[in-house]
Design a protein around this ligand. Structure first.
Ligand code: NDP
Length: 282
């Protein structure tokens, strides 16, 4: 049976460290990190994510502001709000919950955020910094995966990592981070031929597909590490892209869904916001 990589426990540990640092900085400098979260529309999943972010920010001792805007909010109104937050000295991190309604150009919105406040790491400046290996903000989900791999002392050097998915927010930055850790990385996507054979060669498989339980034990080399980024709702229940029940029998390590990558993602958002606030101090 595989070792369960308990994202919830690791996230709780990191959150406690963040809260301690917030307290220290409040004492020393009289200020706390500030985060602004913007939600446009009423997508239930997005609303849940925003509420969790708000709760965690408050628990960590952050100053937090949530803007819940109508679904018909115009792009120019949203851009004005971002401009205002860019200039707000109490706010160190700005997050716009995606996806946005179709009438709003997501890239225009991402590019309007000051890269120094782009705690999601989606701005082209931060993506560029990540790619050339210079410090910037790293997208929270792949960053959380790396922290989890570190916590379980998974050696990545020279290992074959297969990332399934090439989105800008998960798959691509995930592959870049693994490469930075000296893994040999293969990125797969919907046009990849014989995905199963490629996965079967992997020492580490990262599934970020959005297809419930697609990765079964037949895709996994015995002893491989399997990270399930997927978050799918099936009959109202959350499940990953990995068929946990079959894969846990062959993998050496596996993340569950829920309580795997999800809690790490939101924790890294707080981590990035703390970092953004420290960047303004020194
Ligand atoms: P996207 O839909 O943007 O990307 C999915 C990727 O999977 C694409 O690159 C797509 O290929 C690829 N893909 C789709 N079908 C197949 C297939 N049959 N074989 C191989 N590759 C395939 O999703 P995201 O990256 O945003 O998210 C992926 C999953 O992770 C979702 O379930 C999402 O809910 C979850 N997620 C979880 C987070 C967390 O905190 N745990 C955070 C963010 C996302 P192509 O590019 O060719 O279309």
């Amino acid at each position: 049976m595989a070792i369960l990589m308990d994202g919830k426990a690791v996230a709780t540990k990191i959150q406690a460290k963040i809260a301690d640092r917030v307290k220290e900085h409040k004492k020393a400098f009289g200020r706390v990190p500030g985060i602004a979260v913007i939600l446009v529309g009423e997508d239930p999943a997005s609303a849940t994510y925003v509420s969790s972010k708000e709760k965690l920010a408050v628990e960590a001792g952050f100053y937090s502001k949530v803007y819940r805007l109508e679904a018909n909010t115009t792009e120019s109104h949203l851009l004005e709000l971002i401009d205002e937050l860019n200039g707000d000295t109490k706010i160190h991190g700005i997050l716009v919950q995606l996806p946005l309604p179709k009438h709003i150009d997501t890239m225009n919105v991402i590019m309007a955020i000051d890269p120094k406040k782009d705690v999601d790491g989606f701005h082209p400046v931060n993506i560029g910094l990540l790619n050339i290996g210079v410090k910037g903000f790293i997208p929270c989900t792949p960053y959380g995966v790396i922290k989890l791999l570190e916590e379980y002392e998974i050696d990545l050097v020279g290992k074959h990592a297969v990332v399934i998915g090439r989105s800008n927010i998960v798959g691509k930055p995930m592959a870049t981070l693994l490469l930075r850790k000296n893994a040999t990385v293969t990125t797969c996507h919907s046009n990849t031929k014989d995905l199963q054979a490629i996965c079967k060669q992997a020492d580490i498989v990262i599934a970020a597909i959005g297809k419930p339980k697609m990765i079964t034990a037949d895709f996994i080399k015995p002893g491989a590490v399997v990270i399930d980024v997927g978050m799918n709702r099936v009959d109202g229940k959350l499940c990953g892209d990995v068929d946990f029940d079959s894969v846990e029998k062959v993998a050496s390590h596996i993340t569950p869904v829920p309580k795997g990558v999800g809690p790490m993602t939101i924790t890294m958002l707080m981590y990035n916001t703390l970092q953004a606030s420290l960047n303004r101090l020194y």
